[in-house]
Design a protein around this ligand. Sequence first.
Ligand code: SAM
Length: 217
Amino acid sequence: MIDDYKHKGMRKKLVKIIQSKGIVDPGVLDAIGKIPRHFFFDEIFVEHAYQDKAFPIGEGQTISQPFTVAFQTQLLEIKQGDKVLEIGTGSGYQASVLVELGAEVYTIEYQKKLHDKVKKFLPKVFGYKPNFFYGDGSKGLAEHAPYDKILVTAGAPTVPSDLIKQLKIGGSLVIPVGNNKVQKMVRIQKASEKQLIKKEFSNFSFVPLLGDKGWKK
Ligand code: SAM
């Protein structure tokens, strides 16, 4: 796989596009500008890699739109060394952005084929080594909790209470909540064991969060 001046040029344009849509976090912009998104695509689809859109990755799933990845990451205000749980590894692109930001990443995927593929692909191609898990992330990942940040990259019917439990005090959860066509982006900050600060943002459209605390298959 090559990353030449043409890809770099397309990436620069993509960064400008997401900036024009309101992304200001310099770390997030740098990560999107650095990671060769076309490496996550079959060679014949390279042209699609630097358009600001989601794209199929097999198993009925998608690599999220770059703006969506940037928006969710910006809401989390990732700091170097943050312990972050991502629910929905998918292509591994979002996990790569988190690794670039210096987070200690735990990522869980429900589709075995995607999990198996990405677990090999990310360390081999990029040298990124998040902690990969296979299973139902709608219940979080209790064995490694608590987390500074939790990021859900599939649309949930409600906010699973396990995810709030697995957040550190002072931590944040970002999750799209709604029906299986459209969801509102929600950020919940855990100010104390009893106080949650909830803020809603604009509408997005994610594939459904399946599983015990998500949508039934
Ligand atoms: N973060 C991904 C990326 O960068 O490519 C986006 C992935 S896609 C929009 C959402 C992913 O969530 C899919 O791969 C899907 O299989 C996964 N998913 C859905 N329900 C899940 C669950 N209960 N636990 C873990 N992953 C789940």
